[in-house]
Design a protein around this ligand. Structure first.
Ligand code: FES
Length: 113
């Protein structure tokens, strides 16, 4: 059996986020965008596009990605990595969904490049 060493924090419920939309939560100075896909998967990224810090929470959610509202970079919701020819990465946080309640591990993230 593997011990769960993560530090899960309850940040709200699935119903708080519109489908194909996002809601922001603060972690100190950092804003984290929590996304809900049309199939009710949930992801959490720092709300800063790796291009020029655009607000990813205001982007379009589609196909496991979000398109930045400023210059249309496409960012993976799972890894925070820019897709296609664009290069860069924003922080991505582990998310757990339990009976409609959303938990994020803010102590762990995929490091920005
Ligand atoms: S700031 Fe996101 S694409 Fe430019």
């Amino acid at each position: 059996m593997t011990a769960d060493i993560r530090n899960w924090i309850h940040i709200g419920s699935l119903d708080d986020i519109p489908r194909a939309g996002a809601r922001c939560v603060k972690n100190g100075e950092m804003t984290i965008a929590v996304f809900r896909t049309v199939t009710d998967d949930v992801y959490a990224l720092e709300d800063r596009c790796p291009h020029r810090n655009g607000p990813l929470s205001q982007g379009i959610v589609h196909d496991g990605c979000v398109t930045c509202p400023l210059h249309n970079w496409v960012i993976s919701l799972e890894t925070g990595t820019a897709q296609g020819a664009d290069e860069g990465r924003t922080l991505a946080f582990p998310v757990r969904l339990e009976e409609g309640r959303i938990f994020i591990d803010l102590s762990f993230s995929h490091e920005a490049v």
